[in-house]
Design a protein around this ligand. Sequence first.
Ligand code: GLU
Length: 311
Amino acid sequence: MVRTTRVPAALALFTALIGGAGAAFGVAGCGKEGSPPRKGPAAGTLPDYRVARGFRLPASPTWTRARKRGHLVVGAKEDQPYLGERDPATGVYSGFDIEIARMISASLGLAPKTVRFRTIASANRETALQNGQIDYYVGTYTINDNRKRLVGFAGPYYMAGQSLLVRHDENDVHGPQDLAGKRVCSAAGSTPYQRIRADYPKAVLVAYDTYSVCVDNLLTYQVDAVTTDDAILIGYAAKAPGELKVVGRPFSKEPYGIGVPRGDTALRFAMDDALEAREKNGDWKKAYEATLGLSGVPAPTPPPIDRYPAS
Ligand code: GLU
């Protein structure tokens, strides 16, 4: 049967790529012919973020604690290609969100190489910020009013939109209107999951902690589509060329913010300043081009910072 012979090969490919077993980006110009495959940006292409000297933010309890500790603890994703990936062999995190976290650390006066990353799933972000497990969170985190009741957001620093990922041979799904009766996978606690539940109730929703488990389920014909932000899906499609494709147009706006403890307005405003400065001095663009830009999408203009008042 075609399925049983095809699927393990596809899954093995995907798992190996995501698992960091020496993966190459499937993008032209990433390496000379015959050069060894590599994972993530080449050394030397990432910006060196200048650390703010003598920076102080005593009004921020989060910053004060981190300063005493000597480093920041940042929540992130570990299985989202180009955005937040953890190499299982070395434990090193890479991607656009990781670069945002590092440039912010530099602006807060703490050397970017000292940042300690912790993987936190979509459903656990608010709790992790509320109980002090992390100082801030950078991981495809959409700013919205519901979440603003629980945490604060600096930014936005990027604008994504919800989209759909299907198997390459799928011809019936072109947009969310085609999901009736289809099994659709997303991450628990995510805005894409909530939007399908609210606006497309005829879809059969399946939730897991992470999108990479959804993608495994897609490759093994357990689900018919994976839905989340286009920025995330494009990465999975690029890592399994010929197996997966992103279809249709984005059908939401997902402004990515840096999650901070809700009451720490001083920290939030300092991060807004930092983002603005890094967008102005070219660091944001360099970071984008060395990470998310490898998916082939040129650097967009970042969305305006929304310095909303403390409530
Ligand atoms: N941006 C969406 C969200 O924050 C989806 C991506 C994610 O789950 O991190 O819910």
